[in-house]
Design a binder for this molecule. Structure first.
Ligand code: CO
Length: 162
C-alpha cells in the first residue's frame, strides 16, 4: 500500500471518462488499498476517485467520519431526488470551495470489492460525496456545476474537501 500524490487541475486525466472495471483482480485490489491509504492520509478527506491518483477506472472510495469505508466499483447514479444548495471542495482543486446544487438524496448502484452488486440509498453528506465522486468518473468537476463564478471562494480552515 502507498499514499499516492493527488492529481490536480489542469491534469487532463481529471477530464477523461473512466473505463469500467472488468475483473476485480489483484491490481484492482491494490488500487483500492492505495486509494484507501491515500484517503486516510489526511483526516479532512472524504472521498477519492481513481483518476485523482492517475488511474482512469470506475473506482471510488468514500470515508465518512466514524464510518466504514465505502468502496464502489463501476458506480453510477440510478436515481436522484430533490435539490439542495451545498458547499463543496475537491482535493484536485486545492484551496477553493464552491456553492452548487446537489440532490437531496441519491440511489447509486455498482459492485463492492468482492464483485457483489450493491445499491446505496443516501442523503446528506454521503449523497453529496457519491455525486461528487461519480462526477469524477465522468470527467466532471464540481466547478462545472457552479451557479456562477462568484460561487467559488478561497477555502477556510473549517471546510472539508471531497
Ligand atoms: Co473531488
Amino acid at each position: 500500500m502507498a499514499v499516492l500524490p493527488i492529481r490536480t487541475v489542469p491534469d487532463p486525466i481529471l477530464r477523461k471518462k473512466t473505463k469500467r472495471v472488468g475483473v476485480i483482480d489483484r491490481s484492482i485490489k491494490k488500487l483500492i488499498a492505495d486509494m484507501r491509504e491515500t484517503l486516510h492520509a489526511d483526516a479532512g478527506r472524504v472521498g477519492l476517485a481513481a483518476p485523482q491518483i492517475g488511474v482512469s477506472l470506475r473506482v471510488t472510495v468514500i470515508c465518512l467520519p466514524e464510518e466504514e469505508d465505502i468502496i464502489l466499483i463501476n458506480g453510477e447514479i440510478a436515481r436522484r431526488k430533490g435539490q439542495r444548495l451545498v458547499s463543496e471542495g475537491c482535493l484536485s482543486i486545492p484551496g477553493y470551495i464552491g456553492e452548487l446544487y446537489r440532490a437531496e438524496s441519491v440511489t447509486v448502484k455498482g459492485l463492492d470489492i468482492n464483485g457483489k452488486e450493491i445499491r446505496i440509498k443516501a442523503e446528506g453528506l454521503l449523497s453529496q460525496a457519491l455525486e461528487h465522486e461519480i462526477d469524477h468518473l465522468n470527467g466532471v468537476l464540481y466547478v462545472d456545476r457552479l451557479e456562477n463564478a462568484d460561487a467559488l471562494r478561497k477555502i477556510e480552515p473549517e471546510d472539508i474537501e471531497i
